[in-house]
Design a protein around this ligand. Structure first.
Ligand SMILES: [Zn+2]
Length: 331
């Protein structure tokens, strides 16, 4: 009866907690703990990392991440994780080797940080919440996202809507601008789809699987569509596009059934032939993106992957996100 309801955190509470921890650390230093007490403290701290470490251990690769050999033997332990040594190449590895999270520290803070990703928290706010430096918060965001965004369908089936959306190219955070600086939230110099815009191609099937591709600046041509879409479309799909020449040429060459809808002529749908799902996704993405006040072009694919995961709602807990972030680069 009467389950325990955790109290909601009030603003400023995290800062207060941070101050308390600072005071406790000062007090500990003054106590000058003995070697034995230091060992006790260390094992207590390791205990804080345990839930995260257990999840990491579950991601142990089935084969050596260096050479692919399936045989290994235990090779001690380091930083709370079991180590293995490959019988063929003799190199050692653990469950993080070859993942985007290898060598990231402070594992006790990973799950709280992933909670921030679920809540689309800003870099600075997340840094305050989990007590890391803002630059760490930024680095973690992109390390986690580089794994998480790979959690995606391998193939789209049935009716597939494909359409692009455009975002202002941004060299935010870049040290060397290749063009004169623009004020934040600036406008493209030319009208229409110019070379100042990054293209995000999104394909969405009616089972609600979504795939996103950054195709570079300007409108994608047949070659880009070929590279992005051909590997992920089942042979018997019906592709729906706005009828741009590149789609027509791509579908003809790939021998894929294709229907187009002329949105510019004011036609929104012909029965099931429409782009409303993919255009809805574009709209939600752009609305969600506003909070970040412009994202760097080179990270655009991380943000679209982030939105895709949030929008699908399947990876709904920090633990599920962590499992996705632990995918190996070659997967
Ligand atoms: Zn090996």
């Amino acid at each position: 009866m009467g389950g325990h309801i955790p109290a909601r955190r009030r603003p400023g509470e995290a800062d207060a907690a941070g101050r308390n921890v600072d005071e406790a650390l000062d007090a500990l230093q003054q106590l000058a703990p003995s070697t034995e007490q230091q060992t006790q403290l260390r094992s207590w701290l390791d205990g804080l990392d345990r839930p995260c470490l257990d999840l990491i251990e579950q991601a142990r690769p089935p084969a050596c991440p260096h050479c692919g050999c399936p045989r290994s033997h235990r090779y001690g332990q380091a930083n709370g994780l079991r180590r293995f040594r490959c019988t063929r190449c003799r190199r050692s590895y653990n469950a993080l080797t070859g993942t985007p999270l290898a060598r990231l520290r402070q594992r006790g803070k990973w799950l709280p940080y992933l909670e921030c990703l679920l809540e689309s928290t800003s870099v600075r706010k997340a840094a305050r919440k989990v007590s890391v430096h803002p630059s760490t918060s930024f680095r973690w965001r992109h390390r986690f996202l580089s794994g998480i965004r790979r959690d995606r369908a391998e193939q789209l089936t049935g009716i597939v809507e494909a359409d692009e959306t455009y975002l202002l190219e941004s060299q935010k955070g870049s040290r060397h601008l290749t063009r004169p600086a623009r004020r934040r939230g600036g406008r493209a110099r030319r009208r229409g789809i110019s070379r100042d815009l990054d293209c995000l191609l999104v394909a969405h099937d009616r089972t609600r699987q979504t795939l996103d591709f950054v195709t570079g600046r300007g409108t994608p041509g047949k070659a880009e569509l070929d590279a992005c879409l051909r590997p992920v479309l089942a042979p018997d799909v019906l592709l729906i596009s706005d009828g741009a020449k590149a789609y027509v040429a791509f579908a003809r060459d790939a021998r894929i059934a294709h229907a187009s809808i002329d949105v510019r002529a004011g036609i929104r749908a012909r029965g099931t032939i429409h782009l409303q799902n993919v255009n809805g996704w574009h709209g939600r993405f752009k609305n969600w993106l506003v909070r970040f006040r412009g994202v760097a072009s080179r990270y655009l694919i991380h943000y679209s992957g982030w939105q895709r995961v949030l929008d699908a709602g399947v990876l709904s807990t920090p633990a599920l996100l962590l499992r996705a972030a632990l995918r190996r680069t070659q997967q």
